[in-house]
Design a protein around this ligand. Structure first.
Ligand SMILES: Cc1cc2nc3c(=O)[nH]c(=O)nc-3n(C[C@H](O)[C@H](O)[C@H](O)COP(=O)(O)OP(=O)(O)OC[C@H]3O[C@@H](n4cnc5c(N)ncnc54)[C@H](O)[C@@H]3O)c2cc1C
Length: 293
């Protein structure tokens, strides 16, 4: 038997290389200044999906991303590494979504993909950093969830069960869970395999309709008629039958008021030696400030 695997992948500003122009005057992320990258832990999730596909021939991997039209780049990247298809969920009305609205939108998109056996996503996105979306999607789809996964150890198709090693405070634990389920994958899991050169050649010109210039529409239509894989399906709110009150700003009780770039200045740091006096002094200070104890 083969598996239908869904992977969620987010295009994020590379907050690991925050330069002076990373923030706008209004205190929001200046996405134009930061290179857009594949969310790192989503690559770990993709690798777990690819390993299942290696193990269960005939399985398929469908990647779903929600974002601006340029997030189709994340789909191409996943296709280069072995995914079978991808969907870009993009629509102006989806803008400003908090995790509640994001998870609702992604859950609707996953329902449209349909018949899934396992949904894999990253533990956390490096921009919002909430780690809320995976568990919220499981709740919306009424599915079991296993978070902080490090490795899918085994999957029993007939018993419809999966065994997963996951990270917990101070160690790991091995859990068994029923299919279908949502699994959030940790950055300590195996890194994703590199792009496959042949697949890069095949998919590098694949696009979503919103990426194409209107005057190219005819040329693309002719190309896609011959090579359907050159079209990355694009879904708006109507395509995923989304309730307008549950998406974008309308569906978001949380608003990010401002994002501040915290840079510690020298005067705020002190160099301590390993002497008993220094260590005792530090512990005393931490106790007084109720940071420990
Ligand atoms: C600095 C900052 C702070 C924020 N704080 C909050 C907050 O406190 N509460 C709140 O509700 N919202 C918050 N947001 C908004 C939040 O980032 C967005 O709702 C976002 O789309 C989802 O949350 P996240 O980035 O934290 O994702 P996480 O929950 O960390 O993402 C976990 C996984 O879900 C999947 N996923 C998440 N988003 C997408 C997507 N668009 N496409 C495909 N897969 C996806 C990925 O696999 C990802 O690894 C914040 C945004 C910013 C930039």
């Amino acid at each position: 038997m083969s598996l239908k695997i869904v992977v969620l992948a987010k295009q994020v500003p590379d907050t690991r290389n925050v330069g002076p122009d990373a923030m706008t005057e209004q205190g929001t992320i200046n996405r134009a200044a930061l290179p857009a990258v594949f969310n790192p832990e989503d690559l770990n999730a993709l690798e777990q999906a690819l390993r299942l596909k290696d193990q269960f021939p005939g399985s398929t991997i469908s990647v779903v991303t929600m974002g601006l039209p340029k997030s189709a780049e994340v789909i191409r990247e996943a296709l280069y590494r072995g995914a079978d298809e991808g969907f870009v969920v993009t629509d102006r009305v989806l803008g400003g979504a908090d995790t509640l609205a994001t998870s609702y939108t992604l859950a609707q998109a996953i329902k449209k993909v349909g018949n899934y056996d396992i949904i894999l996503c990253g533990r956390q996105a490096i921009d919002g950093d909430t780690a809320q979306v995976g568990p919220q999607i499981a709740q919306k789809l009424g599915l079991t969830q296993v978070t902080y996964a490090e490795e899918i150890l085994s999957l029993d198709e007939s018993a419809r069960k999966v065994v997963i090693r996951r990270l917990i405070d101070g160690g790991v634990e091995t859990v068994e869970a029923p299919l279908p389920l949502v699994v959030t994958v940790n950055g300590s899991a195996a890194p994703c395999r590199p792009r496959n050169a042949k697949r890069v050649m095949k998919y590098k010109k694949a696009t979503a309709v919103a990426e194409r210039a209107p005057e190219q529409a005819e040329a693309y239509a002719a190309l896609i008629a011959v090579k359907p894989f050159m079209d990355i399906p694009q879904w708006g709110a109507a395509d995923i039958e989304a309730d307008p009150n549950q998406i974008g700003k309308a569906g978001s009780p949380t608003n990010v008021k401002a994002v501040k770039n915290i840079v510690f200045k020298a005067k705020e740091s002190r160099t301590l030696t390993a002497s008993d006096a220094d260590v005792e002094g530090l512990i005393k200070e931490l106790l007084e400030e109720k940071i420990i104890g």
